[in-house]
Design a protein around this ligand. Structure first.
Ligand code: AMP
Ligand code: MG
Length: 512
């Protein structure tokens, strides 16, 4: 056969599908509902590669139909899963994949799921759809988080359709294809625990442990209780995730227990926001009138959510003390991980001699800095990129003139802080600490810890508006820049600049 005209073989899913293996009590099999006139908006080559999906096939019409929900891949037995959860601190009862449909699992254990693929038995009052604006935000942020080194569900594809969707006004639909080793949430465990369905609860926990936390079976800690060790491992992963969110100024916005990944991934991008000016109490979700999910409450909320998970696992662990001991790890891991992240942003390694994550340095340097940034409402990420620049310049000057002691030039930082005296006092303390290390090592740590480009609300908004008007260029360009967020990208320097005035009046709510 002529190779040029040989049809491209579509990828196929694995024989064994974890969710099917759990049994019918966990899900409902159903196909996605088709959308009219689907068109490509974006794809991630990186994720296609992970899945082993051929790049040429991905670019074709068959793939477009599959990721619009209009066609199925060989071996695909789509399903929506059932879960429950606590929403805004209140038990919400049964929820489930109301608009997400799992297409299948690849041989290398990655699940492929459509979001916005139509109604399911768990849609309640919803239409099973997702609008273009929220789908662009989820697609871009999933991949941006990964590039920042923050665990996240991934995004393979973004497909648009003229299908009208009613929200506050009529909008159009889109479908995001998400990818993760598992989409299981805390809420899946809460579901079976709340209904006293012990054998289902055990089957779920056993499968998640065997596939994702096998080390918990042989751990000798916590009286060698596999379920307690599992809870501890989830607590630790969640603690590390939260440390990264807090360090990079990421506000999730809807930290309900059904939006908490059992793998410690960032999941369910809704009204999320990267902080502009540093306001610790910032609430990014316009629907969160009580401020339950304010930026500075996130670490505490994560613990509260883990507590719900602990409650759900209690029948398996069989011992209250052991459950509490497993949860306790969160309180140790979070502050340590957060301190390490924050010190890295300042170029100060956590493991340098005499500086093991030391409370002293954190308390003397990081806390006063955050107070200063908060009092002066300083742009959070620009502060750190300017600080990085100052230390990089210092490292270069030092290398050029090793004999002459050099001082960092902090003027560009002073410029953005109203309280100059306060900044000068902090800068003095910081310079003393910095002098303990070589400027080059500090600069290189800072370069990896302080992204220049984040998916700020105004950037997402700019791209959404362009895409809605049929100009897909900005979406493609922003996706590319966010793939290497620590690089300079001089042609897009304006995307690393201060947000425009209109950014502060953007209101992002749960309605997506
Ligand atoms: P969220 O907090 O946005 O992750 O959603 C909470 C629950 O509502 C989940 O069970 C979702 O599947 C469901 N949901 C959200 N939006 C829709 C929609 N448009 N149609 C159906 N279900 C939805
Ligand atoms: Mg959700």
């Amino acid at each position: 056969m002529d190779l040029q005209t040989a049809p491209l073989a579509p990828p196929a899913f694995a024989q064994r599908q974890s969710f099917h293996a759990l049994g019918p009590g966990f899900h409902t099999e159903l196909n996605p509902s088709p959308v009219p006139e689907p068109h490509w908006l974006a794809r991630s080559d990186d994720v296609a590669d992970l899945l082993g999906f051929d790049a040429a096939w991905m670019a074709g019409d068959e793939a477009l139909q599959v990721f619009a929900g209009n066609a199925l891949l060989p071996g695909s037995r789509p399903l929506a899963s059932v879960y429950s959860g606590h929403q805004f601190g209140v038990w919400a009862g049964q929820l489930g994949d109301g608009r997400a449909i799992l297409l299948g699992e690849t041989d290398n254990g990655l699940e492929v799921q459509l979001k916005g693929a139509g109604r399911t038995p768990y849609s309640r009052m919803g239409d099973g759809r997702a609008v273009l604006r929220s789908s662009i935000r989820e697609f871009l942020c999933s991949e941006a988080m990964h590039a920042l080194g923050i665990p996240s569900t991934r995004a393979l594809a973004l497909v648009g359709s003229p299908l009208p969707v009613r929200r506050e006004q009529i909008e159009t639909a889109a479908v995001v294809t998400r990818v993760a080793p598992s989409f299981i949430r805390f809420g899946h465990f809460e579901h079976f625990a709340a209904r006293d369905m012990q054998s289902e609860l055990k089957a779920l926990a056993d499968q998640v442990i065997d596939q994702h936390y096998p080390e918990c079976r042989s751990a000798s800690s916590l009286q060698a209780n596999a379920y307690a060790n599992f809870l501890q491992a989830v607590s630790e992963r969640t603690a590390r995730l939260l440390a990264q969110w807090q360090a990079q100024g990421f506000c999730h916005g809807v930290m309900n227990t059904d939006n908490m990944s059992i793998l410690g991934l960032t999941i369910d991008y809704g009204p999320f926001q990267f902080l502009d000016s540093f306001d610790p109490g910032h609430v990014c979700n316009h629907s969160d009138s009580q401020g339950r999910y304010a930026f500075n409450r996130q670490p505490q909320v994560a613990y509260w959510n883990l507590f719900c998970l602990g409650q759900a696992l209690l029948p398996l662990i069989g011992d209250e003390e052991l459950t509490l001991a497993a949860l306790e790890s969160y309180k140790q891991v979070f502050p340590q991980a957060y301190a390490a992240q924050m010190l890295a942003k300042l170029g100060l390694p956590e493991d340098a001699p005499g500086t093991s994550v030391d409370e002293g340095r954190f308390a003397h340097l990081v806390n006063p800095l955050l107070q200063l940034l908060s009092d002066n409402r300083v742009d959070y990420s620009i502060f750190f990129t300017r600080l990085t620049q100052a230390v990089q310049d210092l490292a270069r000057n030092q290398a050029q003139n090793p004999q002459v002691p050099q001082q960092a030039d902090f003027e560009p930082l002073r410029d953005i802080i109203l309280d100059r005296a306060g900044f000068d006092a902090w800068a003095l303390l910081y310079s003393e600490q910095l002098a303990l290390f070589t400027p080059a090592s500090a600069a290189s740590l800072m370069q990896k810890s302080n992204p220049r480009f984040l998916l700020r609300n105004h950037l997402a908004e700019t791209v959404i508006r362009a895409t809605q008007e049929g100009d897909f260029g900005p979406l493609t360009q922003l996706q590319a820049v966010l793939q290497t967020p620590f690089d300079a990208h001089p042609e897009h320097a304006d995307w690393a600049d201060f947000p425009p005035d209109w950014a502060s009046s953007l209101e992002i709510s749960c309605s997506s």
